[in-house]
Ligand binder design. Sequence first.
Ligand code: CA
Ligand code: CA
Ligand code: CA
Ligand code: CA
Length: 748
Amino acid sequence: MVSKSKGLKSSEIIKMSNSTFFQKTTNVLPSLTPYYRWDGFHDQEFVSSTNNVFADLNRDNLPDLIFHFWSGQNSENAGAVVSGGSPNRLVVLLSNGDGTYSDGTFTLTKSDNPIQLDGVSRKSLHHDFNADGYQDIFFAINREDGRSGQPPETNNAFSAAILSAGNGQYEIKNFGIENWYHSIGIIPSGTGVEVWLGGYSQSSGQIFRDATVQLASGFGYKLGDTQTSFSPVIQVPGHANTFTAIPNLLDLDNTKQVVSVVDIFSGGAGLGLFVKDSDNNWILSSTNFPHSSQTTVNFVSHSGNLGQTPVTELDGKVVLAIGHSASGVLQLFPDSPFIAGFKASGAVVANPRSDGAFYEQDAQPFSTIQFYSTENDTLARLPITIVGEDQSQNSNFIEFMDLTDDDLTDIVVYPYSNTGSPTVYANTGAGVFIKVPDNKFPQEATNWGNAASSKFFDYNKDGVQDLIVGPMNGIQRDHPQQDWVLFRGTDYLNIDDITDPITITDRFESTVIKTWSGDDIIFDTNSNSNSTDINAGNGIDTIVYSLSVDNYTASEINKSVIVTPIDPSTGGADTLTSIEVLQFSDGVAQLTDLIRPEDIDRGIYRFFNVDTGTHFLSGSTVERDSVINNLDAFNFEGPTFRAADPTNAAADTVFRFFNTQTGTHFFTQSTVERDNILDTLPQFSFEGEAYKGYTEQVDGSIPLYRFFNTQTGTHFYTAAEAEKDSIIDNLPTFNFEGTAYWVDPVMG
Ligand SMILES: [Ca+2]
Ligand SMILES: [Ca+2]
Ligand SMILES: [Ca+2]
Ligand SMILES: [Ca+2]
């Protein structure tokens, strides 16, 4: 793989906190301290901003930063029922167009007062909802966050639309019905864009927790005719009690929608699949909950209380509770079907103690990402693996994006930690992801405890993702360090140095498979029926075919080998790059076992060296086979002519030299030329007799023509009249030197 690293200027000396790919910026973001210390946040409470939106609001083609800060209630209100949402404030930092930002909230809203929403934002998105060329922002809002201990029936809030007015200004609109909103998604359908909200309550002031009345509360809205009012398009029926809408990318006519579902009645979370029926109404066609059925166990809580609590099993682990934190859709490889990805989070307890009870204090955080197909309108788990998956991260956000510039979508997890750095899993294209080493990302120690988190976005629009890090999960109002850090991405991530071995046991019909510097193994199970590009990177890599070697042929192109099944019904062709071991059902094969070069009596075989653009000739079948099997740069072209019959009186020795400067061979029959080279050109290493050539035309022989390539300083030989004529006509850098000597044709 070609490295795209541009190197660092001397002024960009790497500090400990930076990585090769991310450099800390200064003087780009204004101080955020004034917002953290806003009087409306009262005193001594933590201030958070988890749902940050990066969208171009002022249409300068650079993203703007939309923060929604919020704090908890004052401590004197602890335990008391407090009406209203937690204190909150919307702040928009507009791009100045010169790589810096400043507060543009007033510019957009023309309001002197801080902008407050109906509560705390839980998830957010942006889209040009009213099609006026300006991005609009949506937040799922609730009044739970920041009000711990409040009665649940007081947690409902309106969600918020930051809707453009078409003139560069924005209106803040509450929409939907009041609900305990958790999530938001968007469907750009042909009949108008829909915004879907996932809530927890059926309607304002009521919570349906009765297991026999499992009412869901998902809502979809689109703009009404006035372009300012929202009309409902879906209210999700029973079963689940909340859901997370995710973007509908699953089919082109927007009749299919995957959402993630939380169902506390069955003790876990999963996915729901909605499809449109013949009346154009959304119906829930399939759900899939990853955990096995719930059982009730003896349980000892942190406070020592013994009681009964439900547990479920997930991937062989006993899990106390599974919440959903995020979901989305992605393609495993370009043009492949979209699949749904789902991040389940919970707490896992390995075993009950000797008294037979499970203890809450034994619990460890647990999260895992799973993938589902939606074929036949049914959610089905896919056997996709993540090598090195960190299953103990506390995180609420995942994202699917290509960070390695290979058109293969990678997984990004944004955990809460001291450095705030993301965790990235790189996509092989074939159902296996692998953890990217943490040192590819900034590891700046913050003093925000485990509140720091991050988000990729491209602030300078150079195509390379940049990384913003901040105390998203909340810091104290009087904390001494409240400014966020923006790291400029200097280049696409290069992960060629990953040495963990990767095994691809199921290709998922991928057309592109890549692995890196580990010793990797790639099987042909479920291979693409057309063709597949496979690059296994450095290491000793093996490809495994399910049939015996006599069922395949091979040819060489550039530094790759194309392996093709003889019977097309058994699979497509693979273009293999950097694969060292060819394994078939009857054992390891050499490339010569697939290319099967024909042995010709006195045959001289020709190779094209793709590195030097020169040809290599050999009269030795041992040398020929060694070059085929060992030198990627040499493409075998077959026998090109035959050496002279040594019993013929006109046959005489052809000498071979190796030019150590050009890496090419030179042939001559002239002893004068030979001796002159030996005396005057030390870069030519004499290799002795190569084969015999005729010193004159004999019966059946043909001339071997010699050219001098003035660009490479090498000689080229051909016995083919058509090739000779074509070079004379078309390649002025080749000086024709006439007949070197005579040889026999391959056929004849
Ligand atoms: Ca708009
Ligand atoms: Ca990628
Ligand atoms: Ca960038
Ligand atoms: Ca490898």
